[in-house]
Design a protein around this ligand. Sequence first.
Ligand code: GLU
Ligand code: ZN
Length: 507
Amino acid sequence: MASASSPKLSAPLEQGGPPSAVRVRFCPSPTGNPHVGLVRTALFNWAFARHHQGTLVFRIEDTDAARDSEESYNQLLDAMRWLGFDWDEGPEVGGPHAPYRQSQRMDIYRDVARKLLDGGYAYHCYCSQEELDTRREAARAAGRPSGYDGHCRDLSAEQVEQYQAQGREPIVRFRMPDEAITFTDLVRGELTFTPENVPDYGIVRANGAPLYTLVNPVDDALMEITHVLRGEDLLSSTPRQIALYKALIELGVAQRVPEFGHLPYVMGEGNKKLSKRDPQSSLNLYREQGFLPEGLLNYLSLLGWSLSADQDIFTIEEMVRAFDISDVNPNPARFDLKKCEAINGDHIRMLDVKEFAERCRPWLKAPFAPWAPEDFDEAKWQAIAPHAQTRLKVLSEITANVDFLFLPEPVEDEASWAKAMKEGSDALLRTAREKLQAADWSSAESLKEAVLAAGEAHGLKLGKAQAPVRVAVTGRTVGLPLFESLEILGKDKTLARIDAALAKLTA
Ligand code: GLU
Ligand code: ZN
């Protein structure tokens, strides 16, 4: 097992400073609802930090006032708590590098931008969007690289004066070194980016607002982050950030360049990249459907990682023990809802039955439950819970599985009725009623014998004989084990429902 001092983790990567303990960060922007991609990133960082007994920094990247919202911030925190993640530094817990919300760190970024300008690592760029677009088109047409062309890199004093006289407001642009940048990605191995593919880039808007390109690496530097683990979509920003780091080290702002590991893309339906906007990627949806955090995390860990070839189901503790970033697979991972549900079902089975009964509570109440609160019966719930636990994939399925216990009448499901009630079902039900009337109601086995005997009397196997009974009593063709269900519902209600079904059949 790798440890903080394992060779893998201290692989040389232009590290300037002394080796320090593992410090990773999870740094989402509070826009929109939390999504599964975000959760996967949080999970891998958290597991990495815990595996190495390092520090997880939770930072909020809320420098985009137009897109960030307080609601989204609160949802993020709520999601992290629900998933069971803890963090060592960040919102609500504080830490030596506070504040951990970038919107409260603007002075820091202004100061660093100033230093970069003064040191010649960055410059003012006066190009208008229109000019940039025109030149980009021309470059493209001529088959040249179409990124920023360095137009304002070395403006003369007169040119600057002229631009200023024209009332142009400059952005701050970082000067990329004219040499290739090579680094060893912890997931992808050695990668090289050539200068024509990484042009000079903006770090501060014309209105003075610092961009992600600046604030993210500046904070990683100041917060002494040792490993940046994030999605593959951010890979192209890594050479820029490494160059910026070098400048920051020379300016005395940063101590070292962190190591980088880029987690694979997650593919959704139709082999397209799962996007934040896909309904399938909304964390809230999974919560509402009753995924367990442990089931969801187990599944999400498989998006790029595995514990072993023959073990899909494991606890978060097992993951933490085994997690090694160098085992992450660089190839795109496919999000498979069926598998996610199956794994969740296994985690439902792993719960203590009391715990299971408690976790189902939200779905035993409004707005999910259709019965009146006073019709809920705790003893019946405790009796049926173990039978439900062996069958659910997600907790929300509990409502339809137990509604026959708490609704005054079984739900009316026409399709189930049509499927179960055949020619002769009334005769079968009449016999079943007689036998059930005489059965021992303290034993599900005795109830089964009764229905079995009724079936035999009509030349039906148990499966065929129990279908009309099930629909008469529960309203549905599928559900929890029938005879236990009848026993828990009780003799009077069961017989009354069979009577009601017979009345409906003969009407
Ligand atoms: N705030 C950035 C995002 O949510 C963080 C990216 C990074 O990890 O560097 O995309
Ligand atoms: Zn320019």
